[in-house]
Ligand binder design. Structure first.
Ligand code: FAD
Length: 425
């Protein structure tokens, strides 16, 4: 339970569609592409590569969707973790528009994939609402909505005043919000399993329980598990926060941070808690995020924890944060509680690049439900010799955390504490 942060006891595992275990890799094999990791990044990359005619082998250490992809909040939030106004400040208007356009493309690609492969994942596309946790948030929300409309030509986001926001979400401490009509939510594990089925049908050879223990990438890629080897022209590394010691040169750019979720019992009047089936998060630095499941449970994630050990009781850990937002749910039973590792970067923009013939993408910083559909497409384009968009994404490269892989954690904890304190003040 402690090692896997309760994956098997999650609401998603309990409601997952049946998925036949793929056999572990045995012996030596050759392919055009070897993909390491069976989350959204690996699955989209594998599916794209197979659709383009590559022979693809995917190696997953545990089960498909076992990482962040099978346990996240399921919130589909258009854009990057950095807002449009911040992108303009950082990159100038023209480049910010290119980046924002790519993020919107990732949303379209996600929806296309779900439709094309008939993926049954409780998809809901009624919007995403960011709640203002303090009055001052409304000024950046106004600026963001204006930047989106005027400079990004995106008319789908608008600011709600306190009354409008409270009409959408019966939460305490709400001062308004920013509603993006193109947001939504889905069942994250069933989405991953649907992608894996589509990849299998497209010819990808899947191996579960096949942990890669070493990968060589200077010229072509060789991935070794304890019982097998795959030699390939290209590789894709999609291990995100679970990358461990597989690629120390890039691991220092991402920081794994544990985050915990609960699912309540089905609520008697769920639409009185969250209207319109919205996905919701708040404006705190350490974000609380919530939505309703298909059968009216509240799925709530959040809370701050600054020690490396997981809490003994995940439900007891999350409950105070849930009750801070929804005091009226004090008596609601919590049926499921689990955790996962989010990978964040210093800039909150992902780290995408290549080490020799091994491509990698990770560090979506809590916004990795939509973006991997784009990444899969762009990595396949780069393997086929068109690197224009790949270069744009690689240009986002975040700096290394101070202290590199060894010291990043304690220093980051100090930084997080400071921001959490600022939230409270
Ligand atoms: C608690 C939580 C809540 C989140 N909520 C949201 C949200 O609401 N909205 C949103 O947009 N994003 C959210 N995210 C982020 C999002 O889930 C991730 O960005 C995304 O799933 C990353 O996908 P991935 O495929 O890159 O990594 P993962 O899904 O983590 O997949 C990596 C896979 O690689 C495998 N692996 C690792 N090492 C090896 C190895 N050596 N050999 C073979 N396989 C290996 C792992 O077992 C794992 O299955 C959340 C994340 C967490 C943890």
């Amino acid at each position: 339970m402690r090692r896997d942060l309760g994956f098997e006891r999650s609401y998603y595992a309990a409601t997952a569609h049946a998925f036949k275990l793929a056999p572990p890799l045995e012996g030596e094999t050759e392919s055009d592409v070897v993909v390491i990791g069976g989350g959204y990044t690996g699955l989209h990359a594998a599916l794209n590569a197979a659709e383009c005619g590559f022979k693809v082998v995917l190696l997953e250490a545990e089960r498909i969707g076992w990482g962040a992809s099978g346990r996240n909040g399921g919130q589909m939030i258009p854009g990057w973790r950095k807002g449009a106004a911040e992108l303009v400040k950082r990159y100038g208007e023209a480049h910010a528009k290119t980046l924002f356009g790519l993020a919107l493309e990732s949303r379209s690609l996600t929806l296309e994939r779900i439709a094309k492969h008939n993926i049954d994942c409780d998809l809901t596309t009624n919007g995403h609402l960011t709640l203002a946790a303090k009055p001052a948030d409304l000024s950046w929300m106004d600026a963001e909505a204006e930047t989106l409309e005027r400079r990004m030509a995106y008319p789908n986001a608008r600011v709600l005043d306190a009354n409008e926001a409270r009409a959408k979400v019966a939460a305490d401490g709400v001062f308004g919000g920013l509603l993006d009509e193109c947001g939504g939510h889905l069942h994250p594990l069933n989405y991953a399993l649907g992608l894996a089925n589509a990849a299998g049908r497209a010819g990808v050879t899947l191996h579960e329980h096949s942990r890669v223990v070493s990968v060589e990438h200077q010229r072509h890629v060789t991935a070794r598990t304890e019982r097998g080897v795959v030699r390939a022209r290209f590789g894709v590394l999609g291990c995100d926060a679970l990358i461990g010691h597989l690629a120390p040169r890039i691991a220092g750019r991402i920081m794994p941070v544990a985050n915990y979720l609960v699912a309540t019992e089905p609520l008697s009047e769920p639409a009185r808690i969250i209207a319109d089936g919205l996905a919701v998060s708040d404006s705190r630095f350490v974000v609380d995020y919530f939505r309703l499941s298909a059968e009216g449970r509240l799925i709530f994630g959040g809370g701050e924890r600054y020690t490396p050990d997981p809490p003994v009781d995940f439900a007891a850990f999350v409950r105070p944060f849930l009750q801070r937002t929804f005091p009226q749910l004090r008596g609601a039973r919590i049926d499921y509680a689990w955790g996962g590792l989010v990978s964040i970067t210093m800039s909150r923009l992902p780290h995408i690049g290549r080490l020799g013939d091994l491509f990698f993408a990770h560090g979506y910083s809590g916004q990795g439900v939509l973006l991997p559909a784009l990444i899969g497409k762009v990595l396949t384009e780069a393997m086929r010799g068109t690197a224009e968009t790949f270069d744009v994404l690689a240009g986002l490269a975040p700096p290394e955390f101070p202290g590199g892989a060894a010291l990043r954690s304690p220093l980051h904890v100090l930084g997080m504490l400071w921001y959490a304190l600022r939230d409270r003040l």
